[in-house]
Design a protein around this ligand. Structure first.
Ligand SMILES: [Cu+2]
Length: 430
């Protein structure tokens, strides 16, 4: 028997035709919105609140081993992170954290990641007040120029983004290979492994779902039927044909599931589950006894001048004179040009190489306790939206202050933080 399109349309009532047209329109709309989506050009890390970026994770010594790579080349992001003692109450503690990279899609793939030297492809725990070392090995996949950040995702706290660097990838993605050796000794290319079957399997279920949706849509629609069933009219509208259709569908789905499961088991008799457990007890960086301590004596933030002024009482317990050389917070580095004679390698947008000054530039002698006013001033403070500090519910800043030994150049780390008073008029002073 042959059915012409004209016959088919004639067989469909007006209401059904309208429903079919609606369905087609929805499909076209979905397809159009898919093609209209364009990649975002920024990561939006500036949109995170100032307190979140200053008082959660303090990133330092971040290094990108290369900024120019070819497709298939490997590079690494290394560095340290300090978990701020005054972790904000509004953010969940990093008891379940995950080391990650922030990049626009899989332009570089992650080959491995380590926390304190331990392989950490899974969730791990961090202690407040401690420092951790990390390393992420990446392999270039897609050609282009991308901003690549280190990032730690904190459960119930969200992603906390570290500093970013522009990475240029040359070559052609079609040459990308991602070979890995399996435990049984065979090598597979993860880039293409099992893709065809994954696609077929998904399309089988998508097609089945589409037939299911279309069937009910053509039977007075899913929502309208749902209402009627909820109103107790189920007996009137559910026909024996509907029941038969549902039964065949259920049996078919279960059979397909069993068949595919048996098939997968036969083909891959030995599998390991995804390594998704929580790694506890990662040891932090061994901190020697601090040779310098401080007490926070208050501070102000002058909004018009983008000027953070911190008063500290610093005691030098070491054996050599120390000078304040750097303040770092939210990935930004404010350097004292008296200490940093050359500009370190660091992303330009985060490096204020003349951004720090102190009220008394003479070194703090061993055994001396001195009241010092540290001045952090640079437009980057405002560009990176840390000025929002002035509008937070608790205007508290946080960060790390680095002091350097006069002779050895050895660095001493000092965690500083506390409430600051915002000032909005020009010329206001502490
Ligand atoms: Cu970025």
């Amino acid at each position: 028997m042959q059915l012409s399109i004209g016959n088919m349309i004639a067989g469909i009532s007006g209401a059904r035709l309208a429903r079919a047209a609606t369905l087609a329109l929805a499909a076209v709309g979905a397809a159009a919105s898919l093609s209209a989506a364009t990649p975002a050009s920024a990561h939006g890390e500036r949109s995170q609140q100032a307190f979140l970026r200053m008082r959660t994770l303090n990133w330092y010594d971040v290094k990108w081993s290369k900024t120019e790579v070819n497709v298939n080349d490997e590079m690494a992001i290394t560095g340290k992170v300090h978990v701020f003692s005054g972790w904000p109450q509004a953010v969940a503690k990093p008891e379940e954290a995950f080391l990650n990279v922030c990049e626009p899609g899989p332009v570089l793939i992650r080959k491995s990641s380590f926390v304190s030297g331990i392989p950490a492809p899974r969730t791990f725990s961090m202690e407040v007040g401690k420092d951790y070392e990390y390393k992420i090995v990446l392999k270039a996949r897609r050609q282009g120029r991308y901003h690549v950040h280190v990032q730690i995702n904190v459960k119930d706290g969200g992603p906390i983004v570290g500093p970013g660097q522009w990475i240029t990838i040359k070559g052609d993605m079609s040459n990308f290979v991602n070979d890995v050796q399996l435990l049984d000794g065979t090598t597979i290319d993860l880039e293409h492994y099992g893709i065809a079957w994954t696609m077929i399997y998904h399309f089988i279920w998508m097609a089945a779902a589409a037939v299911w949706v279309i069937y009910w849509f053509m039977q007075k629609g899913i929502i309208a039927r749902g209402w009627q069933v909820a109103a107790g009219k189920g007996k009137d509208i559910i026909t024996p044909a509907d029941k038969r259709f549902g039964g065949i569908w259920l049996a078919g789905s279960l059979l397909a599931l069993l068949f595919f499961y048996a098939q997968a088991n036969r083909e891959f008799p030995r599998t390991l589950p995804m390594q998704a457990g929580l790694l506890k007890g990662i040891s932090p960086i061994d901190d020697e006894l601090p040779l310098v301590t401080s007490r926070y004596l208050g501070g102000t933030y002058k909004v018009p001048g983008r000027d953070l002024t911190i008063k500290l009482r610093i005691t030098n317990h070491g054996s050599e004179p120390l000078r304040v050389g750097e303040f770092t917070t939210a990935g930004l580095r404010f350097l004292n040009p008296d200490v940093f004679k050359t500009r370190p390698e660091y992303p330009e947008y985060l490096l204020a190489d003349r951004g720090l000054s102190v009220s008394d530039p003479t070194p703090i002698a061993p055994g001396e306790t001195r009241d010092l006013t540290v001045d952090v001033q640079d437009a980057r403070f405002d560009i990176e939206r840390l000025s929002d500090l002035a509008y937070d519910t608790d205007s508290q800043f946080g960060g790390l202050l680095f002091l350097f030994g006069e002779q050895s150049g050895k660095r001493e780390k000092l965690e500083v933080g506390g409430p600051v008073i915002p000032r909005f008029q020009a010329g206001a002073s502490l």
